[in-house]
Design a protein around this ligand. Structure first.
Ligand SMILES: Nc1ncnc2c1ncn2[C@@H]1O[C@H](COP(=O)(O)OP(=O)(O)OP(=O)(O)O)[C@@H](O)[C@H]1O
Length: 563
């Protein structure tokens, strides 16, 4: 976290400078107070006037400097927090897909919203506060030693007790704070799930259960927060108790010295006031140290979640497919206990259209995920023009290959923006993608055409319309390889046929299509049909060859046809 403190060095310096100036003014006030008492006791009119003028100048300076302190503090917090959140976000954004999915996305939301908030309150603000306390403490100490060495020594003898109290509780404070942060993450996950599944909740009449669930998470957060603040209350109260004890020292000793005629009343008042500037910083500093140290487990939690498996875009560059994609002895398992793909061998030449069929769970989508490098811990090879896919820059892989999936995410923006996805395309290119993905009919009926909003995650669109947008998205990218994973599943037979057919028409395009719809006319057009079962390729050939074989595909085809 330290690096964020020093990111805006000049602002940090200004905060320190103004904290020192403010402390000088406050200390001066203590002397003005003592002087006022002394000139009144001695009935010194001239002296009173002088002290009054100094008091007025100090008050005006304090107002101006307090304002500047607030402004520079705000600027510093603004810059540090923006850069902290930017870095956290970058680390999440550049994770690889598998490690991103390993964590619930609500945890990321919680880090960016809740944990950074804790860091702002407990770390940055407290560090800035500590400037003020340290400078007050140093100047106050210097002044009290100058004023009366006996009072100073006596006060210091017990003045440091409060500092040790937070140290005693530091571990426990950190533990409770981490528990609070974890409960906040769980709470955010719960809320996210509830709102995402709102329609399911309604249609299954489970509002009461959801309410109970919410209440239990809500109570857990509040209990953890309470437990953390209870700890803080104990620490602060103990520190305050010892802090107030310290005040009696200058008061008692000062009175004694006044009675003996060795000290003025004004001097005694000044020393009591100065004790404020010594004790308060000590008290607050202990609480501050406690909070700053308490942030350590949260910092570690963020680092653990965020800094794991960042993708470095290193490797070979490649932007065209010249010959083939080959799978050689490819095996893969998500978890060690279960093999999902076993010794897959397959050759796909440039421009070939390949259909992958097979029963649910046979490993079809997993095969596509490996081509897209969602997981790189496979055995065997995936060769693109004889170069292992994992040795390419990840950005090169995505320039070569795009995918159309069944479940597609929509950004809350226009249809056009969802197709282009920040790409710089001409109107002609966008229109072509709209036509080839079968979106034209929809767009013609919308008042704002392709500029119409899709709503949150495409809520203004039907499943089929969303799927067509995802098809347009992939077509406009114009990559040499296109993967389709049940891409036309939610489209009616006619539209689905048209889209698949227009994809098969693109001559140079190498396409690998996972499909459940065994349409004879389309299947006949594939160069190769690959049949998978239990993570193995069990049959391979064109439609006629596989039908003649009267094997697994033949049966699957007949079953699907009659369903
Ligand atoms: N992230 C994952 N972690 C663990 N196991 C997984 C994961 N994703 C899929 N699997 C398992 O891997 C196996 C193959 O899944 P895959 O999605 O590749 O099958 P599929 O042939 O595409 O099925 P479908 O036709 O139903 O889409 C399944 O048994 C599935 O439960």
């Amino acid at each position: 976290m330290k690096k964020y403190l020093f990111k805006s060095k000049s602002l940090l310096f200004l905060n320190l400078l103004f904290a020192i100036l403010l402390s000088i003014i406050e200390i001066s006030f203590a002397f003005v107070l003592g002087n006022i008492v002394d000139v009144s006791v001695t009935r010194n009119g001239l002296g009173f006037k002088k002290v009054l003028y100094i008091g007025i100048v100090l008050m005006a300076s304090e107002a101006i400097i307090s304002y500047l302190v607030r402004i520079f503090r705000g600027l510093f917090i603004k810059n540090s927090m923006a850069s902290l959140k930017r870095d956290i976000f970058d680390n999440i954004l550049f994770k690889d897909i598998a490690s991103f999915n390993a964590q619930n996305s609500a945890d990321y939301i919680s880090i960016i919203n809740n944990d950074t908030n804790l860091i702002e309150q407990d770390y940055f603000i407290n560090i800035l506060n500590s400037f003020q306390y340290i400078s007050l403490f140093v100047l106050g100490t210097y002044s009290i030693f100058k004023l009366n060495i006996y009072i100073a020594i006596a006060a210091f003898a017990i003045g440091f007790i409060p500092i040790f109290i937070p140290m005693l509780f530091q571990k426990e404070t950190g533990r409770r704070k981490k528990e609070y942060s974890n409960s906040l993450s769980n709470f955010t996950t719960k809320i996210k799930d509830i709102f995402s599944g709102f329609e399911v909740i309604k249609s299954f009449n489970i509002e009461e259960k959801i309410r109970e669930d919410f209440n239990s998470s809500n109570n857990a957060v509040e209990n953890k927060k309470y437990s953390s603040s209870k700890m803080e209350a104990t620490v602060n109260s103990l520190s305050e108790f010892f802090g107030s004890l310290v005040f009696f020292v200058p008061l008692g000793l000062g009175t004694y010295l006044v009675l003996k005629g060795n000290f003025t009343v004004g001097g005694m008042l000044t020393s009591v006031q100065l004790m404020n500037y010594i004790v308060n910083p000590i008290l607050n500093y202990s609480a501050i140290v406690n909070k700053i140290k308490g942030i350590k487990p949260i910092n570690e939690k963020i680092e653990k979640i965020v800094e794991k498996n960042k993708v470095s875009d290193k490797g070979l560059e490649k932007n065209s497919l010249k010959n083939s994609i080959q799978f050689k002895n490819l095996s893969f398992s998500y978890n060690e206990d279960r093999q999902i793909l076993q010794n897959i061998n397959l050759n796909i030449n440039k421009g070939e259209k390949v259909a992958i069929v097979g029963r649910s769970g046979s490993g079809k989508s997993t095969l596509l995920k490996l081509v897209l490098r969602y997981y790189e811990n496979y055995n065997g090879e995936i060769l693109i023009d004889n170069i292992e896919n994992r040795n390419l820059k990840i950005s090169s892989t995505y320039e070569l290959i795009s995918i159309i999936q069944q479940n597609v995410f929509m950004f809350d923006d226009s249809i056009e923006a969802n197709i282009a996805l920040y790409g710089d395309y001409t109107d002609d290119e966008i229109n072509k993608a709209i036509i080839n993905s079968g979106l034209l009919n929809l767009i013609e009926t919308l008042p704002h055409g392709s500029k119409s909003s899709v709503g949150e995650n495409g809520s203004n669109l039907s499943g089929g319309e969303k799927q067509r947008i995802s098809i347009a998205r992939a077509l406009i990218k114009n990559t040499p390889v296109l993967l389709l994973d049940e891409a036309t599943a939610s489209l009616d037979s006619e539209t689905s046929y048209e889209i698949e057919s227009s994809i098969l028409d693109i001559e140079d395009l190498t396409s690998i299509v996972v499909t459940h719809k065994l349409n004879q006319e389309l299947l006949k057009r594939y160069d190769k049909i690959v049949v998978m079962e239990n993570g193995n390729i069990i049959e391979e050939g064109n439609f006629y060859e596989l039908i003649d074989k009267k094997g697994f595909f033949y049966n699957l085809y007949n079953v699907e046809k009659t369903v």
